[in-house]
Design a binder for this molecule. Structure first.
Ligand code: AMP
Length: 235
């Protein structure tokens, strides 16, 4: 566990994590959620769930997700807006994978403004592209329990099989969008779009840069340090 802590039930935290696919922002969002009680809002997870359940949004998103392309802004904005317009809108949250385009950032600002929810920081988790290709290309997961493995960094005990089901041998699967050609396509779209987001949030004084090429706890420490200075003490 990290040496640095922010008090749970401490300052209200409203964070956005920016970073390429595979930069580890999902892992950090989960830690921030577990340790600080922030609502983890991952648009990629929500879209994959909608696809798995065959929901209309999932059917619309599927061809884009499978080819590593961005889902149209209108669809993702609608998904996020409907949650923020609902009575159980999150007060403290960490956005993981949204916004990804300038149009999404502007739409998100509008909805946050409507409910008086100010952002505390936008964390830009930086990892170079070749490390990303290596990281994602080796990523496998269990379709049964969602445990994730990595061919090199975190291999399963028995090649290709999940460790958690000795009684029901379960073969690990690779996300279709984690194949190398698709990863490169995702990175291309990511750079083309994020290029606008960085100055957008920097101009608002919200951007904090984090070196994502460190182990998970070190990246977490950098995030905590970066937000400790800027958090709004609202409750
Ligand atoms: P992720 O798990 O965040 O890498 O997202 C997986 C895929 O979901 C992306 O490659 C896109 O196809 C889609 N996606 C997730 N979030 C967004 C977003 N904010 N805007 C557009 N597409 C998205």
């Amino acid at each position: 566990m990290s040496r640095l802590h922010l008090r749970r039930n401490g300052p209200v935290m409203r964070l956005i994590l920016l970073g390429s696919p595979g930069s580890g922002k999902g892992t950090q969002a989960k830690l921030l959620s577990d340790r600080l009680g922030l609502v983890h809002f991952g648009t990629g997870d929500i879209l994959r769930e909608a696809m798995r359940k065959g929901l209309p949004a999932g059917k619309l998103a599927e061809p884009y997700v499978n080819q590593g392309k961005l889902v149209p802004d209108a669809l993702v904005n609608e998904m996020v807006n409907s949650r923020f317009h609902s009575d159980d809108r999150p007060q403290c949250f960490v956005m993981d994978g949204y916004p990804r385009t300038l149009a999404q950032a502007e739409s998100f600002d509008e909805v946050l403004h409507q409910y008086g929810l100010d952002l505390d920081a936008v964390l830009f988790v930086q990892v170079d592209d070749e490390s990303i290709v290596r990281r994602l290309g080796g990523r496998w997961s269990c379709p049964r329990c969602k445990a994730t493995y990595h061919k090199i960094n975190c291999p399963p005990r028995s090649e290709g099989m999940c460790d958690n089901h000795p009684d029901k041998p379960t073969a690990l699967i690779q996300r279709t969008d984690d194949r190398e050609d698709t990863v490169r396509e995702r990175l291309r779209h990511y750079h083309a779009n994020t290029v606008d987001l960085i100055p957008y949030y920097r101009n608002k004084g919200l951007l904090r840069e984090v070196n994502g090429d460190r182990d998970v706890e070190q990246v977490y420490d950098q995030i905590v340090q970066a937000v400790s200075g800027g958090a709004n003490a609202k409750c």
